[in-house]
Design a protein around this ligand. Structure first.
Ligand code: ZN
Length: 161
């Protein structure tokens, strides 16, 4: 399990998706204001990631980080570096859309929800336990895998997992 849990400000939507892709528990909603973020961070022991230094000056924020880069991929790298999370990446364990847990699911169970083409050509499926979003090799997998490989190289991760 990853020890680091995050909550992101409204400016970091893209980073939120990348963090989830890497398997980190990442709370993000585009309508959270500063007091709400502070409240949730406190209650759920989350690290505040923000592009707004103001929020980090609040004494109630115990752990936070001002994200320097304006670019999502660099931001991800920055966060992984700062919090030393290189070995805590768990690809395809979290839903990119809602942060829920993803688990492998048998094709038969989701047959009715898939388009015929998808059924025919793909065999490995995962489903978000919270929102029900289905992931499969092909569309999602390829994009995520490509990104993941890139990231591993970037971070100098050689372990094959
Ligand atoms: Zn989901």
């Amino acid at each position: 399990m990853n020890s680091a849990r995050f909550i992101l400000d409204v400016h970091l939507g893209k980073l939120a998706r990348l963090l989830r892709m890497a398997g980190f528990d990442t709370l993000y909603r585009n309508n959270l204001d500063d007091p709400e973020i502070i409240q949730i961070a406190e209650e759920e022991d989350r690290i505040v990631l923000t592009r707004d230094r103001g929020i980090l000056k609040n004494k109630r924020v115990k752990r936070g980080h001002f994200v320097k880069s304006p670019y999502a991929k660099e931001q991800l790298r920055e966060v992984i570096d700062v919090f030393q999370l290189k070995n805590n990446i768990h690809f395809l364990s979290r839903c990119i859309a809602c942060n829920g847990n993803i688990e492998e699911v048998r094709k038969e169970e989701i047959e009715k929800e898939l388009k015929p083409g998808t059924m025919q050509y793909f065999h490995e499926f995962f489903r978000c336990q919270d929102c029900g979003k289905i992931y499969w090799e092909g569309s999602h997998f390829d994009r995520m895998m490509h990104f993941y490989e890139e990231m591993k190289q970037d971070l100098g991760i050689n372990r094959n997992e």
